[in-house]
Ligand binder design. Structure first.
Ligand code: GLN
Ligand code: ZN
Length: 762
């Protein structure tokens, strides 16, 4: 029985890579020093995995920015617009080209946009989307992978296993950049380069090569399934003497099971954390000789593995296949895990004993192998930890569970239907047509961030800190009045982050010091950990919202984060369904909504930025998810009076496939991102005849660019062609916290002018 790992975090335990990259981009670090930081991280990672006792250790899993971008460079998939970078830059040109593709290029008289970025399947990791043309050529443009293998071999010897994004998933996760062809048809041109790479690696001595094919766990068309068959047959025909391992993860292979197990490769990896039930299906169809890698240690969460439960699965596989055809592994690359639990010194030791980060997970993989081979001594401590968590009062709180069990449909339903509420709210608020508002946050300047840092360090008393935040809040309110916005916000200056701020005030959450996970490029996030039943011991936002409301005669909108977004951006419990955890959070937010209402706040926004990203990868599972996700939102809002206006906000605009569920949320007002798509994506709402009010963003806050009044007027005109003018609000795409003040001010002044024009002419 072998053990393997599929990939290890590459940011470094102190986020060294982030810091080095950012310094390099700022021109403050030499390329060779950046490479030196990378070398150190890689060598540490290999050594760590070797020391843990892993048999097949990944290499080429490192990346300066993104491994899909590395793959594009490897294969020479370089969009035409970067040619000038290649020809202009003499020194460093490959790294300049690489970062130009990742981040755009504005130097030497050139101005070239970055490549698009999107979520890696259902994770919060973002990859750079390959761009294909009809005449796309593939060549071995960058040979880094060979060097990575050679370097890894120096440290871990024959255990080094190069990792590649598999050819079919590489195509499927990319995008056609012109009409007239389907990218999957490029497979015939692509595979020869893979054959070349595999043969080169074999020549260097590689025994195993891992090909990540996560798309094998997605809904595939017939043609895509055939591409898998064809590609791996073609590779098998031209490659021998090296073992190929195809890795799937994040979902079950389901209807692709026969396809997956019959690929002509040495081994298949399946995710038994997400989909333990697929083991039976795979074992039923597995042909003789195929080795099965059991992805049994959760690569996406922070909890200790339950060895006894894992052992059941391992034993089942061993019984059918015998142990020499079984590999023990994490469910997916550990890229999605924080690095090292040992660095956490502030976590309650009882809870810490239930957790495992990437480094600990390596030991779990190795433990499981030994236990499966009869060394039961490694089982005991784990049993105690798992049993402790199962019964701990820190996790299980009867009163929270009783409350969730008692939720009724009535709790999740407003008293009156929308049109009745709309009339009552119009009478109450008396807003003009095309009312203007913002999404919540205003620029979080260095000054504001510094205040929080100084409070944390004890350099500022709470009183001094609050006085400064009050000052900033008053200023932003005065300014909003000055430019004549209709519904004001308090600016969110007191919040570090829209999830963390709430997590810190809710029971059942904990925060790590170093639990960083790469989100994209040098960006890392440190998600809160939900470990126990969630409840709300005190008011969370009432103090600041009330303070703000008292500063003005205009309507002050209260700002909350919704339950699905809090869930989605945290590490969650794996001992109960996500739905249940979400409902617990929903009840806490509901109480906050009611507390705000009681304090006199008439308009309350509950942000659900992340509902869409929680969508299951398989279409068949989406409706069930959306039903409980929407219900959790309705629960937060369902208790208020008809005259209280509930807003929600979502930072994206693709609603086509989920519009009926969005409508079912029944928010009085929804604000969405639409400016970059020129309102095109508003059509989903139009076709559906979306009944409630809606604020399609007219100003792209992701860029410092100031849109003109004319531009925003034009967008409003378009919106009014698609939806009833009486239902439209005027607002930016999202919160303004990442913007600077000058552009924010100019843009909002123009936005208010555009709304006033619309009132005249539309
Ligand atoms: N209210 C939040 C803000 O304005 C919403 C942010 C978001 O949707 N990501 O910052
Ligand atoms: Zn947003």
């Amino acid at each position: 029985m072998l053990t393997q790992n599929l990939g290890y975090p590459r940011i470094g335990s102190q986020r060294q890579l982030k810091k080095a990259c950012e310094q390099f981009w700022a021109g403050k670090l030499e390329l060779r020093d950046l490479k030196e930081v990378a070398r150190k991280i890689k060598e540490d990672n290999w050594q760590t995995q070797l020391d843990a006792g892993i048999d097949l250790i990944p290499c080429n899993d490192f990346s300066f920015y993104d491994h899909v971008l590395d793959t594009s460079l490897m294969l020479g998939v370089i969009p035409q617009r970067y040619q000038p970078v290649l020809s202009q830059v003499k020194t460093n040109n490959e790294v300049d080209l690489y970062f130009a593709m990742a981040r755009g290029y504005q130097k030497n008289g050139l101005d070239i946009t970055a490549m698009e970025m999107t979520k890696w399947l259902d994770t919060n990791y973002h990859y750079i989307v390959p761009e294909f043309t009809a005449k796309q050529q593939f060549t071995l443009f960058n040979e880094n992978v060979i060097g990575e293998y050679v370097n890894a071999h120096k440290i871990v010897g024959d255990k080094a296993k190069p990792v590649l994004v598999g050819p079919v998933s590489y195509l499927l996760l990319g995008k056609e950049k012109e009409a007239g062809f389907e990218r999957i048809d490029l497979i015939k041109k692509l595979v020869p380069v893979y054959i070349e790479i595999i043969n080169r690696l074999k020549k260097q001595g590689a025994e195993w090569i891992q090909l990540d094919e996560p798309c094998l766990a997605l809904d595939l068309t017939k043609k895509e399934q055939e591409a898998f068959e064809w590609a791996y047959r073609a590779i098998a025909n031209r490659v021998s003497g090296v073992k190929l391992l195809v890795a799937t993860y994040f979902e079950a292979v389901l209807d692709n099971t026969a396809l997956a197990v019959n690929l002509p490769v040495a081994a298949l990896h399946i995710d038994l954390v997400r989909a333990p039930e697929q083991l039976d299906d795979v074992l039923a169809l597995i042909p003789d000789n195929l080795v099965l890698s059991l992805g049994i240690v959760d690569g996406r969460n922070v909890w200790k593995n339950d060895y006894e439960a894992s052992l059941n699965l391992i034993n089942k596989a061993v019984e059918k296949l015998s142990s020499n055809r079984v590999i023990i592994a994490p469910s997916c690359s550990l890229l999605h895990s924080p690095i090292d639990l040992d660095l956490e010194t502030n976590i309650d030791p009882e809870i810490k004993n239930w957790m495992a980060f990437a480094r600990q997970k390596l030991h779990e993989v190795v433990d499981l192998k030994h236990i499966a081979q009869g060394d039961l001594s490694r089982l005991e401590a784990n049993k105690i930890a798992i049993a402790g968590r199962r019964t701990s009062q820190k996790v299980h709180r009867q009163e929270v569970q009783n409350r969730v069990a008692a939720i009724t449909d009535t709790d999740a339903t407003r008293d009156a239907d929308f049109s009745t509420r709309q009339q009552l709210q119009r009478d109450r608020f008396n807003l003009p047509l095309f009312p203007t508002t913002t999404i919540g946050s205003f620029p979080q300047t260095d000054d504001i961030r510094l205040l929080r840092a100084r409070l944390k360090k004890g350099e500022l008393s709470l009183k001094e800190y609050e006085e400064q935040i009050e000052k900033a809040t008053i200023e932003v309110i005065r300014w909003q009045e000055e430019i004549d916005l209709d519904v004001l916000v308090h600016g969110e200056f007191e919040r570090n982050d829209m999830v963390e701020y709430f997590g810190e005030q809710l029971d059942g959450f904990l925060f790590t010091k170093n639990g960083w996970v790469q989100s994209y490029g040098s960006r890392c996030v440190k998600p809160p950990v939900i470990y126990g039943d969630v409840s709300r011991p005190n008011d969370m936002t009432v103090r600041w919202t009330k303070f703000a409301a008292e500063q003005t005669k205009k309507q002050m909108k209260g700002m909350l984060t919704g339950p699905v977004t809090i869930l989605q951006w945290s590490f969650v419990r794996n001992d109960q369904p996500r739905e249940l955890t979400t409902n617990q959070i929903a009840l806490a937010i509901r109480d906050e909504v009611l507390a705000l209402e009681k304090a006199g706040v008439g308009i309350i926004q509950i942000d659900e930025a992340a509902i869409r990203e929680g969508l299951p990868l398989r279409k068949a599972k989406r409706a069930a998810y959306l039903t409980w996700a929407v219900n959790a939102f309705r629960l937060t809002a369902g208790g208020v009076q008809n005259q209280t206006q509930i807003h929600t906000h979502m930072c994206y605009s693709e609603f086509n496939d989920i519009i009926e569920h969005i409508a079912a949320m029944d928010a009085d007002v929804i604000t969405i991102e639409t400016s970059r798509s020129q309102m095109e994506l508003l059509q989903a709402f139009a076709h559906f005849k979306y009944p409630n009010e809606i604020g399609p963003g007219v100003y792209d806050i992701h860029s410092p660019r100031v849109p003109s009044t004319e531009e925003m007027s034009a967008l409003l005109t378009k919106a009014a062609e698609l939806l009833p003018a009486q239902h439209l609000w005027v607002n930016p795409d999202c919160g303004l916290k990442t913007r600077k003040w000058p552009e924010t001010k100019s843009a909002l002044v123009n936005m208010v002018a555009a709304a006033k024009q619309a009132r005249e002419v539309l």
